[in-house]
Design a protein around this ligand. Structure first.
Ligand SMILES: *Cc1c(COP(=O)(O)O)cnc(C)c1O
Length: 389
């Protein structure tokens, strides 16, 4: 077995293994895709954006997809479109933008627990916190669908809408049905680490005509077409340049999803044999978009805690992320709220580590990462001693 770099061994990735890399078309393909709009002087919200919306709607099987400047602005506009008031329940174990969309609407986030095995919003805890709230905003964490039926059931009991932060999940399916069809709306991201990339951008998918109409107007300042703004909107339009890249990315999606799933499978197959490294539980029959491959480290069993593992991996040239640590309720921007008591989320956030994965990573790299993790486990006592000394 190889000697870890943290103990003086040769780094396994001397040139560095980046955490993620977008799958992008050649510059020529991008230019060719953009050319028809470019040549007509159409730079934003034009035919390429319309084509992207149509292709996404066809793929997801939803009546409406609205392209927006980012997932964050899409969430913001969706909550505005639904006319939500008061408090909105969301998991704390998510990206900050979920909560920001609530706060920017003048609404108050109410943070709920995650499940320790799936990392998804815990429906039972949601039920305990839902009384008096105006909506649920649930995230499909790391590209795997959350507990959609349970969440929908809870929300239906109190008669409030459900919006999904589907930033990670374009291409995921829940019991065979594409993510994008659920709740009152689902919002995808097309920023560079997500399964579809536009550079920056988002997609709002909804089966509701009224929500689609309000988001369409809302992304254009609230202007219904006669400059007599109907409500306080945003400029959240997508440019033709971003749409051109997104269309190329969508054309590559099946290929990159296959690669992501292959790598996910390989990580799981090999990590089963590593004590103290738990992989995200995905419900039987669901397909994750595999945006991230995230493990939870049990320091007692693995022999090293998450931070020491991340430091040791970095010395091997392996870049990782602590998604989502700190969880949103612990972030400075939300400290003025009543403190949330979320022991499961706090524990998971301290123990998670996302490992390199993308639609362009080679399987050999995953083998290399797991070889290092195995070696670190085998040398855990020595590594912990060296780090302490
Ligand atoms: C990336 C991300 C967002 C924000 O997406 P943008 O397109 O960058 O605005 C929102 N929610 C989650 C869970 C994300 O990971």
């Amino acid at each position: 077995m190889r000697r870890p770099a943290i103990l003086g061994g040769v780094p396994s990735f001397p040139d560095g293994l980046p955490f993620a890399r977008p799958a992008t078309p050649s510059l020529q393909r991008f230019a060719a895709r953009l050319a028809p709009s470019w040549d007509r002087g159409i730079l934003t919200n034009g035919p390429l954006v319309r084509q992207l919306e149509k292709e996404a709607a066809d793929r997801l099987g939803v009546p409406h997809v609205l392209a927006v400047a980012s997932c964050t602005s899409g969430l913001l506009l969706t909550l505005r479109a639904l006319g939500i008031e008061g408090r909105v329940v969301l998991p704390s174990f998510t990206f900050s933008a979920s909560a920001h969309a609530i706060a920017w609407n003048g609404l108050r986030p109410v943070f709920a627990e995650c499940d320790p095995a799936s990392f998804q919003l815990d429906p039972a805890d949601l039920g305990r916190r839902l009384a008096g709230c105006g909506a649920v905003l649930a995230t499909h964490v790391f590209g795997a669908p959350c507990d959609i039926e349970e969440i929908a059931g809870m929300a239906a009991q109190v008669g409030v809408p459900v919006v999904y932060d589907a930033a990670h999940a374009f291409g995921a399916t829940r019991r065979g049905v594409p993510v994008g069809r659920f709740g009152d709306a689902e919002v995808f991201s097309m920023s560079p680490t997500k399964p579809i990339v536009a550079g920056e951008g988002g997609l709002v998918a909804t089966c509701r005509d009224d929500v689609a109409e309000a988001v369409r107007i809302g992304r254009d300042y609230g202007n219904p077409g006669n400059y007599d703004t109907r409500f306080v909107g945003l400029n959240a339009r997508l440019s033709e340049m971003h749409a051109a890249l997104a269309l190329e990315s969508m054309a590559m999606l099946d290929e990159t999803l296959d690669r992501r799933r292959e790598l996910d499978h390989l990580y799981r197959e090999r990590l089963v044999d590593v004590p103290g490294v738990a992989t995200q539980r995905v419900a039987e029959g669901d397909e994750s978009a595999c945006k991230d491959f995230t493990v939870a480290v049990d320091p007692e069993v693995f022999g090293l805690d998450r931070d020491l593992l991340a430091a040791a991996l970095l010395l091997e040239g392996i870049d990782t992320r602590r998604y989502f640590d700190p969880p949103v309720h612990r972030q400075r921007s939300y400290r003025s709220l009543e403190p949330s008591v979320l022991p499961v989320t706090d524990d998971i956030a301290r123990r998670v580590l996302s490992l390199p994965l993308s639609g362009v990573l080679e399987p050999a790299a995953v083998d290399g990462v797991v070889d290092v993790i195995e070696a670190l486990h085998a040398h855990a006592g020595e590594v912990a001693h060296a780090a302490a000394g």
